[in-house]
Design a protein around this ligand. Sequence first.
Ligand code: KIV
Ligand code: ZN
Length: 555
Amino acid sequence: MLKNPSSKYQPFPLIDLQNRQWPARHLTHAPIWCSVDLRDGNQALAVPMNVSQKLEMFDALVRCGFKEIEVGFPSASNTEFSFNRRLIEENRIPDDVTIQCLVQAREDLIEKTVQSLVGAKKVIIHMYNSTSPAQRRYVFGMSKEQIIGVAVRGAQMIKDRIHRLEVGGTRVTLQYSPESFSATEVEFAKEISEAVMDVWQPTPQRKMILNLPDTVEVAMPNVYADQIEWTCTNIKNRDALIVSLHTHNDRGTGTAATELGLLAGADRVEGTLFGNGERTGNLDIVQVAMNLYMHGISPGLDFSNMNALIAMYERTTGMTVPPRQPYAGELVFTAFSGSHQDAIKKGLAGYDAHKTIWDVPYLTIDPKDIGREYREVIRVNSQSGKGGVAYLLESEFGIELPKDMQREFGPLANDIVDKLGREVTAAELKDMFWKEYIEREQPYALHHFHADGVDGVFTCRSSIVVRGKERGVTGKGNGPIAAFVHALVNDAGAPAFEVATYREQSLSSGTEASALAFIQIKLDGGKTIWGAGVDTNIELASIKAVLSAVNRATE
Ligand code: KIV
Ligand code: ZN
């Protein structure tokens, strides 16, 4: 990189916008959405979609609620042309959905585009030509007047042909994009757009779409917003226009530019699912829609089954949704840090109790609203606290660790995870718990247990294996557990201890139900230690829990 980048790059000039309004506004409703997945998204794929992939995506976009869908560039290839024909001839376009086609301002291409649309109910013909100084100079070698001439001639060629669609009952809307608008002088973008308007003669009753693309992001999003507000304020017949935004993401601010552009007065937004598109991609429509949703504004698009949408997207495009992609990524409802996990757990419990406005820390929306599960919220790695460990054991396996036991097992689990150097699954966590507590048979293992009581005094006669050797033990107490503790200390040489806490739970329902017992013992010196046992019989589960604690204390 250059030590002095100003020798090669320059700042973007500010827009002279008097009495700027957009910073004080807020968004109150969703814009008109137009998906450009099948055109801008598709043209950026290493292997563009075939007709059946495009059909699958078209149907999915319709299910999401898109009412305007740019289906392709029908003059560009046979695949694109025949996709239009299949959509129309197989009657796949719902009555409330308008298909949009892109075309350059060239007669042969316009002619082919019109042919591809015959028989459709509602169409948008989208013509573009590039207007920025660099495009004028390097690509076309044309003056401003010549560039306007290209747009005006193209607009006229389209106008001359739309009656051929209209006689067949097709409702035609016209759209013009001064491509590379954000890198174009606002005065020139206005001039060329008004020249196209002079040909198409839009009215408030029959508007045209003026799409103002941020073809390549060249400035901060506030500058794009200024360009949009400047245009909305200065262009003639604003009420005959639907002003549309089309941002890309070169500086990583496509979403911000779109949101500020909406504040600045635009009515419509073009973008793609998950931001697929040329270079760094198009605007991710899911993000803008979900951002509205999290402020309580209905976006008019439905992403209730986000996982199915991602699967469709990955299947048809061959692209993947990154794990940190806002709203859609695999990790966006996951907290790795223990303090986050704890706050989320408390927030979810608080929300469940009141079910009012969503205010769970660290979660911008309820994952359930887009078909995600709470269990995705918490995973365990070396940074997780006891809360995360307990949450996973409970949510995945119904194991409800007593609070105090969480304080003992949490750090043990974290140590193991730390050594593994990776995140662990819930099943691995359960294994750790089983190894630490349940599968403890040294130095004491239960061989046989029997206890009965007379007048509140219980006698235990059991046999246990001590360091590989079986021996009979007896003891007395006010219950079976107390009698077993007595037998263990008296006859098997276990250190003196008493039972400090006892908890039991069942693990599953039905005849195979298992009982899980947790016992905390207190050794003579005051040290406490936990044990756990599992059995179909609750009495045996608690006896095993006693042995688990004693084994952990004597190892
Ligand atoms: O990015 C762009 O400018 C485009 C136009 C064709 C609208 O995709
Ligand atoms: Zn684009």
